[in-house]
Write a protein that binds this ligand. Structure first.
Ligand code: TYD
Ligand code: MG
Length: 464
């Protein structure tokens, strides 16, 4: 018989230690360590049974016949774009996001679309009762779709149910935190349970050729709670982002064994569920204040998709000894860097001012290509001069104040042109990207050149 032993597992990061402590050494979280029994089962760990004699597996060369991953489309274009062209048979996908962001809504819509298209889809809800799921389906107008539904949390029962009939094309498990298996003794929701349950389900997906979607909730700091461990087991991880104040939801791929990462899909939450947004730039610029100082349009790139986003800055005289810097939707360290470059290289002073920066529409930008647009918005707000409404900005700013070229200049310029912009201020290195007849790209080599133009018109305070 396998020896049973206990170990102490941090519920925040999954670190295992041999004794209890008030604070996890690994992630620094307080009161997150829980004693867990580890059996000989699929959880692995210290109690794992001694392996018997293994079987010989054939070793093969790197070249050989490979097949394209077999895919099928979900029928929701924005979702298919993010997965890299549809669900992959025999793969596991994790969809993470804050509670209430719309994960269940999106997945029931996908399950219904597939079922209507004649593919078998199974939706297992561990969080909501059958009636709740049915009510939602009715509200979404999906009640007639032949989705196979169950409210169940036991992995053994789910597997027995699935084994009783041909495997489905799509299996949705909502959510991974509610699953539990008999094989390990820990309570549901603990890292050990989540890991063991997810492992058993991933094995089923690989064996049966089902495309499986696991739903996972995210903690405040943006990590998939506890089941960070699940990220390593699955083939693709998608995050569903957005904030309560906005109707827009962004689905972003952060890991994808079958496609590109950082690809985004844009949805709008409406009374009739999630609607795809085919032209997100128009949406993000929809509420733009054209003639207000502090607003700059950034021609950005999310994955392979060009996206125009309004960057808003407010620079106001500060009564405080240490002025405030607040950022929403961008990296605060990056903002400090841009402010430092503006001060040190261009002589624009912000030390007496509070600085607020906001990316409109609830979007989060990770790209350094936004530097120039941020600098433009900051200087515009400080000087009180509105930037021209027909102009977009992009470019990376280096610590020396040089403007560095960014990837996909042409795609950015095209998108700007499509939305009616006729000027772009961008890195010199991107000008050759061929702006086309309808948009004039003005190249910059130094941030100072841009400041010089603005100060010529407003006399913004500079050292020289
Ligand atoms: P839900 O999909 O339950 O979120 P999650 O599974 O990520 O926790 O989404 C719930 C929210 O979406 C809830 O606040 C109500 C809103 N909603 C709509 O606005 N319209 C709709 O048609 C539906 C179904 C939900
Ligand atoms: Mg849900």
């Amino acid at each position: 018989m396998a020896r049973r032993s206990s170990s102490f597992v941090c519920q925040s990061c999954g670190a295992v230690s041999s004794k209890w402590a008030g604070r996890c050494d690994s992630c620094g979280e307080w009161n997150s360590i829980v004693e867990e029994q580890t059996g000989s089962g699929i959880g692995g760990g210290p109690g794992r049974a001694k392996p018997g004699r293994g079987r010989v597996v054939p070793l093969v060369g790197l070249s050989g016949e490979t097949r394209e991953a077999p895919r099928f489309l979900s029928g929701i274009k924005e979702l298919d774009r993010v997965t890299g062209g549809g669900f992959v048979r025999g793969s596991a996908l994790l969809v993470g996001g804050d509670p209430g962001i719309g994960k269940s809504t999106l997945l029931i819509q996908a399950a219904a679309a597939l079922a209507r298209g004649g593919l078998k889809s199974v939706y297992i809800s561990g969080e909501e009762a059958i009636d709740q799921v049915r009510l939602r389906a009715e509200r979404l107008g999906l009640a007639d779709a032949p989705v196979a539904l169950a409210a169940e949390t036991s992995v053994e029962d789910i597997l027995a149910t699935l084994d009783a009939s041909p495997p489905p094309a799509l299996l949705i498990l909502d959510s991974v935190q509610t699953l539990w298996t008999d094989v390990v003794d820990s309570p549901p929701g603990t890292v050990t349970q989540v890991r063991a349950s997810a492992q058993a389900m991933v094995r089923y997906a690989k064996k049966s050729g089902t495309a499986m979607v696991l739903v996972g909730h995210v903690t405040k700091d943006g990590q998939i709670a506890g089941p960070r461990v699940v990220e390593h087991m699955v083939d693709a991880v998608l995050y569903f982002e957005g904030d309560g104040a906005h109707q827009y939801r962004i689905l972003r791929s952060v890991k994808n064994r079958f496609g590109a990462t950082d690809e985004i899909g844009v949805f709008e939450m409406t009374g009739a569920g999630l609607q795809e947004v085919a032209n997100p730039s128009a949406l993000f610029l929809g509420e733009r204040s054209m003639n207000a100082p502090g607003s700059a349009v950034f021609a950005g790139l999310e994955g392979s998709r060009p996206l125009l986003i309004e960057i808003q800055a407010l620079v106001a005289p500060s009564p405080l000894g240490t002025p405030r810097r607040a950022v929403i939707g961008w990296d605060s360290a990056r903002l400090s860097m841009i402010l430092a470059v503006l001060e040190a290289r261009c002589g624009v002073r912000f030390s007496q001012h509070d600085v607020y920066l906001n990316v409109a529409g609830g979007l989060r930008i990770n790209e350094p290509g936004a530097d120039l647009a941020v600098a433009a918005a900051l200087v515009s707000s400080l000087s009180g001069l509105a930037l021209p409404a027909n102009c977009v900005y992009f470019g990376e700013v280096s610590l020396s104040g040089a403007i560095r070229p960014v990837a996909q200049g042409q795609a950015r310029l095209k998108e700007a042109q499509k939305l009616g912009f006729d000027r772009a201020i961008c890195p010199q290195g991107n000008v050759k990207d061929g702006a086309g007849p309808d948009i004039a790209a003005e190249g910059l080599q130094e941030l100072g050149e841009f400041i010089a133009r603005i100060s010529a018109r407003t006399g913004v305070q500079t050292r020289d």
